[in-house]
Design a protein around this ligand. Structure first.
Ligand code: SAM
Length: 348
């Protein structure tokens, strides 16, 4: 198995059989070797820098009914809120003062926020903070809507593909959501010129090593600039409330494989990783990740954006969240930097 890791390091890709064999036969020793190589590659392109993204969770309303997500429309116990444009701009203002140069607008698929409203919010953010990058994560839209957001100034888009296997996708989502449309969105976003992020949950129900291998191959083919992966964590008011959570160990192994597969990628150590282990984000960075996404949402709404149980950072002040992460990164020898943090392999 060591030779497979070396092959991946040299060639940047393995076959489906090789990836799945490596995932199935992983050991702590193999993981140690993988993480060392992942750190080396990451440091070759990004040094010891860790980019921060200010996450603004601007709506907890969602028209979709994904079986795993606490925001799903059938969850009667979810607390719903929407931030106003002024509240969103206030988050950006606070974030700018704290050194954020990327804002991520994330939310459920909320029909209240029409394309027209989103374009207005995007233009206002870009006018107010012209030296900042704006990332959207608002789900599946038409080509024309994505184009309108891009023309208004949004330059990055996060849309996890969730799983590259069509059959598996159908087991995680109701039938009105299709794997074909999810992938269509990702290719549209690329064509329009966004820096694109895809990704998946590790340990989602019924996921196999072959599914994970397919995820890596899909990512290799799509060549996104960003990839978000984190453990699946059950939320008690969803149909998957009694399913097992993904593990820290497998998530870190997948982060290592991802770094070797896509050396240039911007890869966050996610909040979900920090939720399943108190040092999860640090361990994520030490396994190949190079981004963290502190919460910039107003403290009053943080406990209402609950995708999964026991989510961390729902009580802190924005400033504390940012400073806490800076200290955590320093403690393991990495530096949070004030930068837009673009992908080093993205040509406009
Ligand atoms: N609505 C947008 C979308 O569909 O891309 C953005 C928000 S959505 C809540 C963001 C991501 O949260 C999803 O892509 C999914 O991977 C993740 N997520 C949802 N429920 C989760 C859970 N129970 N455990 C871990 N991650 C979860």
């Amino acid at each position: 198995m060591r030779t497979l890791i070396e092959k991946l390091e040299n060639q940047g890709v393995l076959t489906k059989e090789e990836y799945s064999a490596l995932i199935r036969s992983r050991t702590p020793e193999l993981a140690g070797l993988l993480f060392e190589k992942a750190r080396n590659i990451r440091e070759r392109y990004y040094g010891k820098d860790v980019y921060i993204r200010g996450l603004i969770e601007f709506t907890s309303c969602c028209k979709n009914d994904c079986y795993y997500c606490g925001l799903r429309r059938s969850n009667r116990n979810a607390q719903r809120y929407r931030l106003t444009k002024d509240e969103i701009l206030e988050c950006c203002k606070n974030g700018y003062g704290l050194g954020f140069r990327t804002f991520v607008l994330q939310g459920g698929e909320d029909p209240y926020f029409t394309a027209e409203k989103l374009v207005d919010i995007i233009s206002s953010i870009k006018n107010g903070f012209p030296d900042c990058a704006l990332t959207l994560s608002v789900g599946e839209k038409s080509y024309d809507e994505y184009k309108a957001f891009f023309d208004a100034g949004a330059e990055r888009y996060l849309l996890r593909h969730e799983t590259a296997d069509d059959e598996h996708y159908r087991r995680l989502h109701p039938k009105e959501l299709s794997p074909e449309n999810r992938k269509r969105c990702l290719y549209d976003l690329k064509e329009i010129g966004y820096q694109v992020g895809c990704g998946f949950m590790v340990g989602s129900p019924w996921q196999t090593a072959e599914n994970l291998a397919d995820d890596l191959l899909f990512i290799k083919e799509l060549q996104p600039q960003m990839v978000g992966i984190g453990p699946f964590i059950p939320q008690h008011d969803t149909p998957f409330g009694d399913k097992q959570a993904g593990t820290l160990e497998l998530t870190l192994f997948m982060l290592g494989l991802l770094r070797l597969t896509l050396p240039y990628a911007l890869i966050p150590a996610t909040t979900a990783l920090g939720t399943i282990d108190p040092l999860g984000r640090e361990k994520g960075i030490q396994s190949g990740a190079n981004v963290v996404m502190p919460n910039l949402s107003p403290v009053s709404v943080r406990k209402k954006y609950l995708l999964y149980d026991n989510k961390i950072c729902t009580g802190d002040e924005a400033a504390e969240c940012r400073n806490c992460l800076e200290m955590r990164m320093k403690a393991i020898g990495y530096n949070v930097v004030v930068s837009r943090g673009d992908c080093c392999n993205f040509n406009k």
